[in-house]
Ligand binder design. Structure first.
Ligand code: SF4
Length: 399
């Protein structure tokens, strides 16, 4: 059985930032103990169903706690969660076990506890080093919190550290972004994720933007910021391996990519556990009920009723949609092309689908190659430099 990945969603934050459309809530901390129990129950439920089907525990090679702000969960909850996962699944000895954390919610003691519990990769939501930009984003930390978090993470033994940064912020100049990049490099992380600010429906930022009150950089400036990152990070020894992700080379010379996210980009199976979590299991795209209280209620009632598990559903599943081959091929293209070095392998695609890339998408690929957005590099189809800037246009061709 090929190894799968587990995503666990922690939907608690201290404050809802104005740009955020994630399934997360401020002021629900009282639910944390019951939510942790529900998460453990759902993890066990899915494990039991998978074991029943395959006759052996599901092999897992990456675990990712995302949010929200997972680092708001107390240490004993983290320890209970990981212990339950180890009991229920066949977790690889070298599994990547990541946690998203916000600077300002961490201490050396907490990080040392996480490391001892088995977490081996930390992803910090830095977003900006500028006090003004952090204020605009409504973040609850300052850059001193970031410096302390990185220092404590290193002291606690984390040797695989990611920093998330956002560019294209309201009022942000190219000079300010350059300063951000320099400070990001100075912190010496193994991995950097740089995202362009996107204005999402239903957020306060959308409302401000609609009223013309967000001074967003125009498309040209945002593209210059992206290209500056490309140059500055290459100079600092980072290798870009995905549209928004850069990593230092590891011991084998390959970039220290986030193995959990590679599972998504390669369109391979993963379980989504927790309120609003999405998964791709047993050929189905699954989505869980959104509200944490409803999630807890569903898991509690199902556990009491001792229902029988059936893949890919758990009691928290709100929808499970079968993915047909045509859609799976399209998704494999859209996500695989995000991997700017690895791309989509001609052989790999043919082995997986029994259809060559030429048979499935010949005309589309030829058109995109003529437009200078795609290239064939020794049997691997991938974005060109120009294609990285216009990635969304390319991906839409495979929908
Ligand atoms: S801390 Fe992160 S997840 Fe929480 S509201 Fe802000 S952006 Fe969203």
């Amino acid at each position: 059985m090929p190894p799968t990945s587990l995503y666990l969603h922690i939907p608690f934050c201290r404050h809802r930032c104005g740009y955020c459309d994630f399934n997360t809530y401020a002021g629900l901390d009282d639910l944390m103990p019951a939510y942790t129990e529900a998460l453990i129950a759902e993890a066990r439920w899915l494990a039991a169903a998978a074991t029943e089907q395959a006759g052996q525990p599901l092999p897992v090679h990456t675990i990712f706690l995302g949010g929200g702000t997972p680092s708001l969960l107390p240490l004993d909850a983290m320890q209970r969660l990981l212990a339950a996962l180890h009991e229920a699944y066949a977790i690889a000895a070298d599994a990547e076990i990541s946690l998203e954390a916000n600077p300002g919610t961490l201490s050396l003691e907490y990080l040392a506890g996480l490391r001892a519990a088995g977490f081996n990769r930390l992803s910090l939501g830095v977003q900006s080093a500028s006090p003004h930009e952090l204020l605009v984003l409504e973040r609850q930390h300052d850059f001193t919190d970031v410096i302390n978090s990185v220092m404590w993470a290193r002291q606690a033994g984390f040797d695989n550290l990611n920093l998330d940064w956002i560019f294209g912020l309201p009022g942000q100049s190219l000079a300010s972004w350059q300063r951000n990049l320099e400070l990001a490099v100075d912190l010496a992380p193994e991995h950097l994720s740089l995202y362009a600010l996107s204005i999402e429906h239903g957020t306060p930022f959308k409302e401000l933007d609609t009223r013309g009150l967000l001074a967003l950089p125009d498309g040209d400036l945002a593209a210059e910021m992206y290209e500056l990152a490309d140059v500055k990070l290459a100079e600092a020894g980072f290798v870009q391996y995905e549209i928004s992700n850069w990593a230092k080379p590891g011991p084998d010379g390959q970039p220290l990519a986030c193995r959990h996210n590679l599972q998504y980009w390669r369109n391979l199976p993963y379980a989504g556990l927790g309120a609003g979590a999405h998964g791709f299991m047993a050929g189905h795209r699954t989505a869980n009920v959104l509200a944490p209280a409803a999630y807890i209620k569903r898991m509690r009632e199902a556990t009491q009723a001792a229902k029988q598990p059936t893949l890919p559903r758990t009691p928290a599943t709100a929808s499970a949609e079968l993915v047909d081959v045509q859609r799976e091929m399209g998704e494999t293209m859209m996500m695989g092309l995000r991997l700017v070095r690895e791309g989509v392998s001609q052989d790999g695609f043919a082995q997986r689908f029994g259809n060559t890339l030429e048979q499935a998408y010949g005309r589309t690929i030829t058109t995109l190659q003529r437009r200078g957005l795609l290239e064939d590099a020794s049997g691997v189809l991938r974005l060109t430099q120009q294609g990285r800037l216009l990635g969304n246009q390319v991906f839409m061709e495979f929908v």
